[in-house]
Design a protein around this ligand. Structure first.
Ligand code: FE
Ligand code: CA
Length: 512
C-alpha cells in the first residue's frame, strides 16, 4: 500500500531500500492509515490523512508540530498539479491533517497525495459534486464491527468508485476484545445461531481519548477500508457505537455503570477522535466537558439533494425502555416534544426540503425510519424504540413535509439488516398514499442476531418489499432522470476479505 521514494546507491544497481523492506529499524512510515476525502461541494473538498507510524499505540509521532505537504492533481499519475501547499499539524490533534481545498471545478475528478520527509502517502481519488450532473452514484454504508467480519464489501465499493460514499455510523465499535472463533448465541424464539469472531479488538471497552484513537488506528489500518476511502469522497455521521451503545444526547445506555459526568467526558473524547479520523469540515467545539460536533448538512449530487442527519447528538432519550422488541405501547411515545433530531436540526431540515428543486430528496440518517412491528396485528405493535418507531410524532411531521417534495427517499443503517420499504402518509397503514421510499443498508460486517425476528415479521409489515439480515454488504444507489435504483450488494463469506460480492436484490422507485 505504501511507497517510499527510492534512493539508489550510485555504485550499484540494487536499491538501498525498497517499498515495504525493513532495514531493522522500526518502520516509521507515517501514512499507515491511508488517505481520505470528504464533504464534496461544487468547488471544494476536504482532504484527510493522519501521521501515525504506530497507529494502535498512540500514533508514534514525536510531540510537537509537523508540516505535511499536500498536492492535488488533475490526473491519477500526479503530473498536472492544480494545488500544492503545507498543512501544519501536531500531537494536539493526533497529527491528523484536514485540508479544505477550494476553488475547484464542479463535477470533476481530482487526485491527491501527502508527503512528509521521504515518505509519500498513497494517491487518493476524489470528486467535486455538481448539481448539473445527469446522474449520481452513491454508496450507502454502516456498521463495520472489526471482530465479526473482514471488509470485502469495501473492496467491492472501491472498485465501483461512486461519486460519494454515505456512511451513517458505527464506523467503530466501542466494545472490548472477544475470544477468536465460533460461538453460539440465543437469537430469540428458542433458537440459537452460530457466529464467529474473525479478528480481535485491541483491548477492553474504550473510554479515554487514547483508547478511541487506538481503536480508529486499528480499524483504519484495514486495507479494504483504506481503498474505499481512497476511491471516493465520503460524507459521514456517527451513530451510537462511535461513543457507546444506544446513547442519546447526554444520556448513556447504562447510567448505573457511568455517571453523567463520566459519560460527558467520554463523549468529548469520542467526538475528538472521530474528528481526528474523518474527512470533516469542522472540528468539535469542546468547552469544559461539553462537546458538540456539527455533522448534519446538505449536499447536492446531480438530481439528488442529500440531507445528512444526526439522530444521536440531539435526540431525546429512549422511553419505555430501549430493550428490543418493546411490548405494548406506552404513553410517553406520543409526547410531541420528544424528537430524534432536536428542534434546530428539524427546522433546518424542513427549510432544506421546502427550498429544494432536486428530483430526489434524500434523508440519509442512522436508524430505520419506516415503522416495523415484530408481532401480528391487531395487538399493539412490538417495536424497537431506538429507531423512529420510538419517535412517532416527529416522524409524522417529517412525512407530512416530505409529501410536499419530489421523490423523498430515506437511507438508513444501524439495524444490520437490509430493507426496501414504502413510506406511507400514515406510515402504519400501507393502504394510505405512498409518500416515498426507504432503503436500509445491511452492515458492512456486523452480525444481525435478530435477523430471524425481522424475517418472521415481514408479513405483518406490508410496506416492506424486502428484508434481509443474513448478508453483510452495502447499497449501491443510482439516481437518474428516470428512477432511483437501489442495488443490494451482499458478501458471500464475511470471514474472507477476497470474498465474492454479488447483487442480492435490486429495487427501482418507479416500480415500487
Ligand atoms: Fe451497528
Ligand atoms: Ca447503531
Amino acid at each position: 500500500m505504501f511507497s517510499r521514494r527510492h534512493f539508489l546507491i550510485a555504485s550499484g544497481s540494487a536499491p538501498l531500500w525498497a517499498p515495504g523492506v525493513s532495514r531493522g529499524a522500526p518502520a516509521r512510515y507515517p501514512f499507515t492509515l491511508g488517505v481520505a476525502s470528504g464533504s464534496p461541494r461544487e468547488t471544494s473538498v476536504v482532504l484527510w490523512t493522519r501521521l501515525a507510524p504506530e497507529p494502535t499505540k498512540g500514533g508514534g509521532m514525536p510531540a510537537g508540530a509537523v508540516a505535511v505537504r499536500y498536492r492535488v492533481c488533475a490526473d491519477p499519475a500526479m503530473r498536472r498539479t492544480v494545488r500544492d501547499g503545507l498543512f501544519v499539524t501536531s500531537d494536539a490533534d493526533a497529527h491528523s491533517v484536514h485540508v479544505l481545498v477550494d476553488g475547484l471545478e464542479p463535477g470533476r475528478e481530482y487526485w491527491y497525495q501527502f508527503h512528509l520527509g521521504e515518505d509519500d502517502s498513497p494517491v487518493g481519488r476524489t470528486r467535486t459534486s455538481s448539481r448539473k450532473d445527469a446522474a449520481a452514484r452513491l454508496a450507502l454504508a454502516s456498521c463495520q464491527n472489526w471482530q465479526s467480519g473482514r471488509y470485502a464489501a469495501f473492496a467491492d465499493m472501491a472498485k465501483w468508485a461512486p461519486d460519494c460514499v454515505i456512511h451513517v455510523g458505527d464506523y467503530i465499535y466501542e466494545g472490548g476484545v472477544s475470544p477468536l472463533g465460533q460461538y453460539t448465541r440465543d437469537v430469540g424464539g428458542g433458537r440459537k445461531k452460530t457466529f464467529e469472531v474473525v479478528r480481535q479488538h485491541d483491548g477492553p471497552e474504550i473510554v479515554t481519548l487514547w483508547d478511541y484513537r487506538n481503536r480508529y488506528g486499528l480499524y483504519k489500518g484495514d486495507p479494504d477500508l483504506q481503498a474505499a476511502h481512497a476511491a471516493s469522497p465520503w460524507i459521514v455521521a456517527l451513530d451510537d457505537h462511535e461513543v457507546d451503545n444506544n446513547w442519546a444526547g447526554d444520556t448513556p445506555q447504562d447510567p448505573w455503570a457511568q455517571t453523567p459526568l463520566e459519560f460527558q467526558v467520554r463523549k468529548a473524547a469520542a467526538f475528538k477522535a472521530y474528528w481526528e479520523h474523518m474527512p470533516l469540515e469542522r472540528p468539535p467545539a469542546i468547552a469544559g466537558v461539553d462537546a458538540h460536533l456539527q455533522l448534519y448538512g446538505a449536499y447536492r449530487f446531480g438530481p439528488a439533494q442529500v440531507c445528512l442527519l444526526d439522530t444521536r447528538q440531539y435526540r431525546a432519550d429512549q422511553v419505555c425502555s430501549d430493550a428490543f422488541p418493546r411490548g405494548p405501547s406506552c404513553e410517553a411515545l406520543q409526547d410531541p416534544a420528544r424528537s430524534m433530531t432536536g428542534l434546530a436540526q428539524e427546522a433546518w431540515l424542513l427549510g432544506e426540503l421546502a427550498r429544494s428543486d432536486a428530483t430526489y430528496n434524500v434523508l440519509a440518517q442512522q436508524t430505520w425510519f419506516a415503522p416495523y412491528r415484530y408481532n401480528a396485528p391487531p395487538a399493539a405493535p412490538d417495536i424497537n424504540t431506538d429507531q423512529w418507531d420510538g419517535y412517532p410524532v416527529q416522524r409524522q411531521r417529517l412525512i407530512d413535509a416530505m409529501a410536499q417534495t419530489s421523490n423523498p427517499i430515506v437511507l438508513s443503517g444501524d439495524w444490520h439488516c437490509a430493507a426496501a420499504m414504502r413510506i406511507h402518509r400514515d406510515p402504519a397503514d400501507a393502504r394510505s398514499p405512498r409518500v416515498g421510499h426507504e432503503f436500509a443498508g445491511t452492515s458492512i460486517s456486523s452480525d444481525c442476531p435478530w435477523a430471524d425476528s425481522v424475517h418472521d415479521a415481514k408479513d405483518a409489515n406490508p410496506h416492506a418489499a424486502y428484508v434481509n439480515g443474513e448478508r453483510r454488504g452495502y447499497v449501491r444507489c443510482t439516481a437518474d432522470a428516470r428512477t432511483w435504483t437501489a442495488e443490494y450488494r451482499g458478501v458471500a463469506d464475511p470471514r474472507d476479505r477476497a470474498s465474492a460480492v454479488v447483487t442480492d436484490a435490486e429495487f427501482r422507485t418507479r416500480d415500487m
